[in-house]
Design a protein around this ligand. Structure first.
Ligand code: SF4
Ligand code: SF4
Length: 396
């Protein structure tokens, strides 16, 4: 394909030739982005494999990502040094060639999602903080973050999602040129699909970001179809289903390829974000860009499901929520356990666990069988909760 034709196919203009996405084309020998997809009705196109900046510590990773063709970066005020690190790279970036998403949050500790009751000025201050840390004058997307996490009640989270103060702030921020589009993300554990559908149908949101992978999510395809119909982009996260491939033996390194191409075979998906901690992560993950999902990939996923199906807590599921009479936040404990054990995010997991209103401190000595049979996927819930408390409790 001629370069000009490639640019056209990628939806880029000649002026964006400098867009780092395409510089990578020249480097045949190193993995690079090979596909850009539209983000709903926004007119933007994102790299199919994009940069989750949750563990970002070095600005060189941002520059390396851009050089490899990645043009979409997902960050948040409560992702440690992430925004500040992007800011350190900003002077060496053509800002209009990349897409940046941040969230309505306070800085660390995670989770810092702004709660219902936040005033318009505080939503605006959250964005101003992000802009200042990243040394930029605008965000492409601002997200209402982790909808379904702060309250079990569907109605309460719908109010946070469609909060008048937030929408008024977004209107002002758009007018001031500080924000281009509104989005929302969800990894449950409560009402993920219903809340995302509400966002899609409200007309206020240009993109949704669900947890989505090959392990489950029976109701999500309906949400994806509706989003597609309404011109709302869909960005997938939690695509590695627990990322337990870190624990798989040598020779299983194509797991991420299989998991990513499974996600990307869905035409409604605009792209996926994945945490890239090292250059080796980036090179490995980019091998899936533009690739087809094959029967060999299917075999790898089957093997993963056989190995880990009874260990992986399906992010976004929440079927066990409410099983405990004492009110333990089972699904949230499970998610932080996953961050601790499988994502190598021990510090953040422990800090977040410490903030839970009802953690798993009582589980080791509990004699109630209530939670044990509550998981439709057969996870040994009680043992995992006791292990989670053991692992993530600060010792004094
Ligand atoms: S423990 Fe089981 S029921 Fe509970 S959220 Fe995880 S997968 Fe769903
Ligand atoms: S082990 Fe007991 S305290 Fe812990 S979640 Fe299960 S029922 Fe609740």
């Amino acid at each position: 394909m001629k370069r000009r034709d490639f640019l056209k196919a990628a939806g880029l203009t000649a002026a964006s030739v400098a867009a780092a996405p395409l510089r990578a084309q020249a480097a045949e020998d190193k993995p690079a982005v090979r596909s850009y997809r539209p983000i709903g009705r926004t007119g933007l196109k994102m790299s199919d494999i994009s940069f989750g900046a949750g563990k970002l510590l070095a600005s060189s990773m941002v520059l390396r990502a851009i050089d490899s063709g990645i043009n979409y970066f997902d960050t948040a005020p409560d992702y440690g040094q992430s925004e500040k690190t992007i800011g350190e790279a900003m002077a060496r970036i053509s800002r209009d060639k990349i897409i940046i998403t941040s969230k309505f949050c306070t800085p660390m500790p995670y989770p810092g999602h702004l709660p219902l009751g936040t005033r318009k000025k505080d939503y605006i201050a959250s964005v101003d903080g992000s802009l200042s840390r990243m040394k930029t004058d605008h965000l492409d997307f601002i997200f209402v973050h982790a909808i379904g996490e702060m309250d079990k009640s569907l109605e309460a989270e719908k109010k946070r999602l469609l909060d008048e103060e937030m929408l008024a702030a977004v209107a002002d921020l758009k007018k001031a040129g500080k924000v281009r589009f509104l989005g929302t993300s969800s990894h449950g554990p409560n009402n993920m699909e219903e809340l995302l559908l509400t966002a899609v149908r409200s007309g206020h949101f240009d993109v949704i970001q669900p947890a989505f992978n090959f392990m489950k999510f029976p109701k999500l395809p309906g949400v994806l179809k509706e989003a597609h119909k309404q011109g709302v982009g869909v960005i997938a996260m939690k695509t590695l289903a627990g990322a337990m491939e870190m624990n798989m033996e040598a020779g299983e390194k194509d797991f991420s390829h299989a998991a990513f191409t499974w996600v990307l075979k869905h035409p409604e998906i605009s792209g996926l974000i994945i945490t890239m901690k090292t250059a080796a992560d980036m090179e490995l993950y980019l091998r899936a860009s533009g690739a087809k999902f094959t029967s060999a990939d299917q075999d790898v996923l089957k093997r993963y499901a056989r190995l880990y199906g009874r260990e992986y807590c399906r992010t976004g599921c929440g079927a066990c929520e409410g099983a405990c009479a004492a009110g333990v936040q089972i699904a949230s404990v499970m998610r932080y356990r996953m961050y601790f054990r499988d994502y190598a995010m021990e510090k953040r997991a422990m800090e977040s666990y410490a903030l839970l209103k009802k953690n798993a401190s009582a589980c080791a000595d509990c004699t109630s069988p209530a939670c044990q049979g509550s998981c439709p996927y057969g996870l040994p819930v009680k043992d995992m909760l006791a292990d989670a408390h053991d692992s993530m409790t600060f010792m004094v």
